[in-house]
Design a protein around this ligand. Sequence first.
Ligand SMILES: C[S@@+](CC[C@H](N)C(=O)[O-])C[C@H]1O[C@@H](n2cnc3c(N)ncnc32)[C@H](O)[C@@H]1O
Length: 510
Amino acid sequence: MKNKIYYGDNLDILRNYIETESIDLCYIDPPFNSKRNYNQIYNNVGDEDKASAKAFVDTWTWDDMAIQGLNEILGGTNKNLTAQCADLINGLTSVLGKGSLLAYLVSMTLRIAEIYRVLKPTGSFYLHCDSTAGHYLKLVLDSLFCKRGGVFRNEIVWCYRKWSVTQNQFVSNHDNIFFYTKSDNNIFNTQYLPLSEGTLKRWKGKKQQAVFDSNGKRLASNLAEDSKGVPMFDWWEMSIINPAAKERLGYETQKPEKLLERIINASSNEGDLILDAYCGCGTTVAVAQKLNRKWIGIDITYRSISLILKRLQDNFGYDFTQAIIDKETQQLSSAPVEINGVPKDFASAKALAERIDDRTRKEFEKWIILTYSKNRAIVNETKGGDKGIDGIAYMPDRDDKGEIINKKALFSVKSSKTLTPSMINELNGVVEREGAACGIFLCLYPAPNLVKASKAFGNYHNNLINKDYPKIQVVCVDDIFQGAVMELPNVVHVVKKAEQHGGEQKSLLD
Ligand SMILES: C[S@@+](CC[C@H](N)C(=O)[O-])C[C@H]1O[C@@H](n2cnc3c(N)ncnc32)[C@H](O)[C@@H]1O
């Protein structure tokens, strides 16, 4: 089986593409209902443009999707749900009322029920959350797992240090990870916390025979003799990815690779299949790949998908220079990864442009800008675009005084069928107003009249490499499927290169 990336809503993908009892380990780190936007943090370019680049809106509302989900849970026809789960959600509806939190829990319940279905009988599930809704999620998990042979194993507390100021309360510096297994016959490889040299020396000096505590458990001093350290306990001290960390990609909710290494090593073996249904910038899939597991990653935003492709390219050398699927095989043949849900022809690009989902606004814009720019542009996600600008790329140039400066290329995206030359006049006006170098007009439908009209705007001359580029370019999706990619000089990488690096849990028994 090829490793797989799916671009889309995980409920739909789980239901339609992931086989029952096929997954050995599922880790998810869903949005926490934190009412925050996940912003994208970029390399040190274009400071003024960062603020409007949102990756995901972590806000639930009681809408048609929530009503439909609640009806499904209470209706009793979904075989992947349990009667206890229906009772629980019914009770929570009375307690919480039909608002944001219930909408979130309904959405999570439907997805956890599918995850339960796809887990193998020996499979494990880790749900990463925080204190916002963790206590409700545990009830949902109990109702879906424990009522049919599943086992609650641990509530892992991931502790980290993050300096912040709070009023009237303590600073919250931990996340919770609920660990469940589908049966009591789960794969588990004990992980060890290495002992410091000092502790080892002290304990080795003690007598060799087994020493037991009053509950019959072997004492750590004996276990230390096994030299691996002490069996890992359920609170993990591990640093978060700080802004300067090498592995940081700029995805706000990115988790450290060390965290996933511990989970994957504990609950799977080489060759096993790992699923992350909310995979963000691909921490789980990158670690699974590194540890020789097979994997499936799902995410609903194209920004995540593009970051995952970049991460796989940086870490493992996969060639994703063309994020386009081969028309014949329907797959990216150059890399051992199957990419699903990314537009591969006009019809699927049109379907993306017509997708209505407020959680993931501007997906068509993200896809076309990031694909055409080879992930080098910042997508502007302000509603309606910002002063006619949907995206920006930066390229080095030399100004009149000979100084090196970053010049902007501005993107404007249109998915409408009616395209008039006035639109590129407008883009040219924005380029002039912003003092940018050039404008790129990306459209769904072919626009030969605009291509023709664009020639009238002449060229932009890059002094650094002494070469001309069209001042206004017009590119439609069919051009992109035929291999058109942005050709501008030395465009700056706005997303950092992925590197392997992670925080350690030091011995706490010193
Ligand atoms: C907290 S982030 C995960 C971060 C990830 N663990 C990492 O290390 O990069 C949650 C992700 O879930 C995605 N997401 C939210 N709702 C989704 C859905 N219904 N289907 C698929 N992905 C979803 C968001 O786009 C976001 O990337």
